[in-house]
Design a protein around this ligand. Structure first.
Ligand code: FAD
Ligand code: EPU
Length: 337
């Protein structure tokens, strides 16, 4: 069924009140193929929507919004050390993580509580606490939106990078991701060196570091820092953390000895954009209906009635102030429509 002039307010975690000229929910790949060949819709601009947790709508969508609701989780292969699980794109991410935690399958527990659906996870190679989905993603199944043909992208073909993949840039808007297969580990090697995980496990008085304990620690840290979109509209980090040359890093650290930094394998250095934004005085600032969150400056928020344009304009003001103070151009992570 195709709806017209559908409000998208409850379909994006910023809670922006825009509408879609046409809107349809798909529950199978066949639904999708039928929809894109339906007379009248071939030429419409198409936008795939998952959980809407990484999108900022700045205007109404003058085209067809396709809400992905493809269901299904299946263990498709096992060996003594691994399980391969194929997950349909419409499954919500965090319940899938819990499904794996309950079955003692390791590899994505550090990615607990990330909002959104499985189908969007490869789009920006979701990551948190030292883990990205590229570490466990075996392959991505997708349908070409122009031809309806099915294609399989193995891990290398996805061209994963930090908050990047082939689907976000080179093939932007060209494929509907229909399923993702993950290779998960039956043998658990905890990855707890990042951020506050170790300290949180200690505070939780965890006796044995299990997959569930790591998941619980990540949930606890995230809940204390990041605003819940059900309470305050947001889309997580608005910008990516910049990765700068060693030369620029040396200049910056000599002037800012307390600047947090994460050296990369290639000699470059990642700097938390949240810290840069905080140094520019934005933390907790409210500007009209939007602002920079008080406990995570990297998060733009909607205090109730913000328009997407208002949020975008403030983000650009913040970006400009970081550029003026640190000579670093921070790049948007959220998809701007
Ligand atoms: P949407 O916002 O619906 O879509 C995102 C993009 O992907 C859009 O361009 C859309 O067109 C496209 N898309 C969606 N589904 C498909 C599909 N099936 N096929 C083709 N294209 C598709 N991200 C992280 O990486 N790490 C974090 O720690 C993290 N924390 C967050 C915390 C909060 C509070 C919030 C609100 C967001 C956070 N995010 C984080 C961002 C977000 O949760 C992820 O990017 C998530 O994967 C987006 O999923 P979604 O289904 O909501 O995608
Ligand atoms: N910091 C500040 N002030 C702030 C925010 C951060 O000084 O307002 C500094 C602190 O030193 C802190 C450091 O930045 O220790 C890192 O902050 P945090 O651990 O909150 O992580 P982040 O770098 O801001 C990234 C991801 C998050 C992910 C976390 C945990 C990006 C763009 N963001 O945030 O992902 O959950 O690490 O791994 O890489 C998202 O993509 O939407 C997202 C939330």
């Amino acid at each position: 069924m195709v709806l017209t002039n559908q409000s998208l307010q409850s379909y994006n975690t910023f809670g922006i009140d825009v509408s879609a000229k046409y809107f349809s929910e798909i529950k199978s790949t066949d639904d999708f193929k039928a929809l894109i060949t339906e007379p009248g819709f071939e030429k419409e601009e198409k936008l795939i929507l998952g959980g809407g947790s990484n999108i900022l709508f700045t205007k109404n969508v003058d085209g067809l919004v396709i809400k992905n609701s493809l269901p299904g989780i299946k263990i498709i292969k096992e060996d003594p050390y691994h399980s391969w699980i194929k997950v349909a794109a419409g499954e919500p991410w965090h319940p899938f993580v819990l499904y794996c935690v309950e079955r003692n399958l390791a590899g994505i527990e550090n990615l607990s509580l990330i909002p959104g659906l499985v189908g969007a996870a490869p789009m920006q190679n979701i990551g948190a606490y030292g883990v990205e989905i590229k570490d466990t993603c075996e392959e991505v199944e997708a349908v070409n939106m122009a031809t309806g043909e099915e294609e399989i992208f193995n891990n290398a073909a996805c061209e994963f990078g930090y908050r990047e993949s082939i689907f976000k840039h080179k093939l932007k808007g060209q494929f509907l991701i229909t399923a993702v297969t993950f290779k998960l580990n039956k043998i658990f090697k905890p990855n707890i060196h990042y951020g506050d995980i170790k300290r949180t496990l200690e505070e939780m008085r965890v006796q044995e570091i299990t997959i569930k304990a790591v998941s619980d620690a990540v949930i606890s840290i995230r809940s204390s820092k990041l605003p819940d979109p059900k309470v305050i509209g947001n889309a997580g980090s608005f910008f990516k953390n910049p990765v700068v040359s060693r030369k620029l890093f040396n200049t910056l650290i000599s002037k800012n000895p307390l600047m947090p930094n994460y050296p990369q394998k290639n000699g470059e250095v990642k700097i938390p954009a949240g810290w840069l934004i905080e140094q520019c005085g934005w933390t907790g600032k409210v500007v009209g209906n939007t602002g920079a969150h008080k406990s995570q400056s990297l998060v733009r928020v909607n205090y109730g009635h913000a328009t997407g344009q208002e949020i975008y304009d403030l983000a650009m003001q913040i970006r400009q102030s970081v550029k003026e103070k640190f000579a670093i151009e921070i790049i948007t992570e959220v998809n701007i429509i």
